[in-house]
Design a protein around this ligand. Structure first.
Ligand code: HAM
Length: 432
């Protein structure tokens, strides 16, 4: 009888060390840029009560939930996004938290999606959010952070774009043309470019819009400039919503990010809780799925039973980002690299372990990253040891039992140049 080999679940990934190294590069860059914008890191549980999502996040994401009953008969869901957890954290300490505040997190998320390019069932997502202000400069801060981050990964302006829209603006336009309940219309508008003009018109007709209203809406969502929009909207609310976008763009332009943002009223976002600015980040030419998406959600805490606390933020997934960086050859080498390999001609393992420890402790003050030190784990010929040193990407091989070992001097080889030297520990470290 043959036993079948266990399979990787669909839409999930294994991270062998080479993949994990790239993953950590993404995490390190996310974290360092978020911290450079003074966001603080937080975390939450990987599963929540199912009701945190139902009715608040939007139909699509709820249909993708991994949910189950636990042994205590509670309805539980693996988290498909971080925003409801964040809202829960905020409600719980609404009084104590000094607002506004800026937080970030890098959760592992789960969505029962059709696994395809850019979409998996388990992925990581950087979340950056600002809680407790309605100011448009919060949006400016988030977008500046996105652009800084993508530049830090090596992308050039023009290779990505943050498309900006506003649900407030859209709502006022829907009102102006006499369209029915916006919350019914948004999910259709969000799918406009995905489903094509005919299916779009049909879905809007099903939602109660006339042919004339559909045409107007289609024209509106195709506007590419603020001037074009101004010619179409007239209400006070619409003018205020447009002014907000103008302020946002002027601020980002002054800060040097003008090339990274553009008006894109075709963006609506699928999630139900957005109330103001919404945005999505795409690669040039939109050949891939969105790299990131976000927006303002000023009534989510209220919907969840707390007081009204405004918020705005975004999520950036690791999958599309890594695909895009790979396409531009911007991912680091996945190969291992260590600082030192401690070798011994006589297989003197005690001396090998002792010397390895000397190098690991030699990094100096406690905050410094210790040197990485490898060595053989069994007696073997020098040729084999050098093979290992090579394979592990050692920069310097230190021979513990050279002719001057008794005087505290080691023979060592710089693997990058092939040169041999003799020197004490300090001299060897200097050569790194
Ligand atoms: P979202 O648009 O659902 O927003 O996801 C944001 C990003 O997460 C997407 O642009 C994509 O990069 C990534 N993503 C989403 N689903 C998948 C998937 N199945 N596989 C791989 N990557 C995926 C939200 O989640 C909001 N909660 C973001 C937010 C934070 N809004 C305000 N604060």
């Amino acid at each position: 009888m043959s036993i079948s080999i266990p399979q990787l679940p669909k839409g999930t990934r294994d991270f062998y060390p080479e993949a994990e190294r790239i993953q950590n590069y993404i995490f390190d860059t996310w974290r360092s840029v978020a911290e450079s914008f003074a966001y603080e890191e937080y975390e939450g549980p990987m599963f929540e009560h199912l009701e945190l999502y139902t009715g608040k996040s939007g139909e699509e994401i709820v249909s993708q939930l991994y949910n189950f009953k636990d042994k205590g008969d509670r309805e539980i869901a693996l988290r498909p996004e971080m925003t409801p957890t964040l809202a829960r954290l905020v409600i719980q300490k609404a009084r104590e938290l000094k607002k506004p505040f800026k937080w970030f997190s890098m959760p592992r998320l789960f969505r029962y999606e059709k696994a395809q390019k850019g979409r998996l069932r388990e992925f990581f997502q950087l979340n950056m959010d600002i809680i407790g202000t309605e100011s448009i400069y919060a949006e400016a801060d988030l977008m500046a952070a996105i652009a800084t981050m993508l530049r830090k990964f090596g992308l050039k302006d023009g290779e990505f774009a943050i498309g900006v829209s506003s649900r407030k603006l859209l709502a006022t336009y829907l009102e102006e043309i006499g369209a029915p309940n916006p919350s019914l219309v948004y999910p259709v508008l969000d799918r406009r470019l995905k489903i094509g003009p005919e299916a779009f018109a049909k879905a809007l007709a099903d939602a109660g819009l006339s042919e004339d209203q559909v045409k107007k809406l289609d024209d509106f969502m195709s506007c590419k400039s603020i001037e074009e929009v101004k010619a179409k909207v007239h209400s006070e609310n619409a003018t205020a919503a447009l002014q907000e976008i103008e302020d946002l763009f002027a601020t980002l332009t002054a800060a040097g990010y003008g090339e990274c943002v553009n008006l894109d009223l075709s963006i609506v976002r699928g999630l139900a809780y957005y109330t103001g600015i919404v945005f999505e980040v795409f690669d040039k030419g939109k050949s891939m799925r969105a790299i990131a998406g976000g927006g303002r959600y000023d009534s989510l805490t209220e919907k969840l039973g707390g007081e009204r606390i405004p918020g705005v933020g975004f999520g950036m997934g690791d999958v599309v980002l890594a695909d895009l960086l790979a396409e531009h050859k911007l991912l680091p080498s996945p190969k291992q690299s260590v600082d030192f390999y401690i070798a011994s001609f006589t297989n003197d393992m005690k001396k090998v372990f002792e010397t390895a420890q000397v190098f690991r402790n030699a990094a100096g003050n406690t905050n410094a990253k210790p040197f990485s030190v490898a060595h053989p784990l069994a007696a073997m010929k020098m040729g084999k040891q050098l093979d290992q040193a090579n394979y592990q990407g050692a920069k310097i091989v230190v021979y513990v039992d050279g002719s001057k070992a008794a005087e505290g001097e080691f023979e060592y080889k710089d693997m990058r140049t092939g040169e041999m030297f003799v020197g004490n520990v300090a001299a060897i470290i200097d050569r790194l």
